[in-house]
Design a protein around this ligand. Structure first.
Ligand code: 0O2
Length: 221
């Protein structure tokens, strides 16, 4: 009867969401390993912070409705690819691509899609590198391939996106055109800041290398 149907649905849903929790866990471990190793090699930390989230059942259902998909778990699993989401905030633009390449090279990761909103920002000014990856998770009696969405951005891009998101929702997604233009200007300022910091970072790296060479040379004498 209905009670049993509901019970089954609950068991199925819990199992469904659990797989995404495992996928997040797996990806977070991969990112943490890269972070520690990168720190060791380059003597600085390219990752400022990592935040992960599971899409709530409510917002999964909203998206299913909005996109007009059928209400079935296999279809949701195939079509909604950002149920498990991780946002990596990096120090410099070059770190974004290095982290992305390091992830893409891993044998158990399949790159399903890569959207570069840094090279091609959205019209409103939004910038980030988006990857849809697929990773296997291993359970007691089966292996499942799970989609995980990774958003990689700098602190400046994250700053802009967080505040734009707040403004967008605070004004019920209806931001007047002249303010849209100002948001775009703010995004351009963020880009300028990112490029400036990247430039300083690169020049410092050169200075450090030169100092090291001098030190090595003086030791040889
Ligand atoms: P939340 O709460 O972050 O999950 P789709 O994902 O299918 O709806 P699309 O265009 O394929 O659409 O996805 P896209 O644009 O590659 O990535 C969507 C996610 O990127 C959003 O998730 C946001 O997190 C982020 N994003 C994209 N555009 C903007 C933007 O203009 N401003 C801000 N602040 N964030 C953006 P959700 O599902 O919208 O929300």
């Amino acid at each position: 009867g209905t009670v049993n149907d509901l019970k089954n649905l609950k068991v199925e849903l819990t199992r469904f969401m659990m797989s995404y929790k495992f996928a997040l866990h797996e990806m977070n471990t991969k990112i943490d390993i890269l972070k520690q190793e990168f720190h060791y090699i380059h003597e600085y930390n390219p990752i400022e912070h990592v935040k992960s989230r599971l899409k709530s059942p409510e917002s999964i259902l909203n998206k299913v409705k909005k996109k007009g998909y059928a209400l079935s778990l296999p279809i949701i699993k195939e079509k909604i690819r950002d149920i498990a989401g991780i946002r990596i905030t990096c120090s410099f633009i070059s770190d974004i691509y290095e982290i992305s390449n390091m992830l893409q090279r891993q044998k158990d990761i399949t790159v399903v899609a890569c959207k570069d909103y840094i090279k091609n920002p959205k019209p409103n000014g939004y910038q980030s590198l988006h990857l849809i990856l697929q990773i296997p998770i291993f359970m007691s009696d089966r292996e499942e391939l799970m989609y995980v969405e990774i958003q990689i951005r700098t602190i400046a891009m994250d700053f802009w996106a967080s505040l734009e998101h707040k403004i967008y929702y605070k004004y019920n997604k209806e931001v007047p055109e002249h303010l849209m233009a100002e948001l775009k200007e703010a995004a351009d300022s963020a880009t300028k800041l990112d490029r400036k910091m990247e430039g300083i970072h690169k020049k410092m790296a050169v200075l450090k290398e030169e100092a090291q060479e001098e030190k090595d040379n003086s030791l040889e004498l």
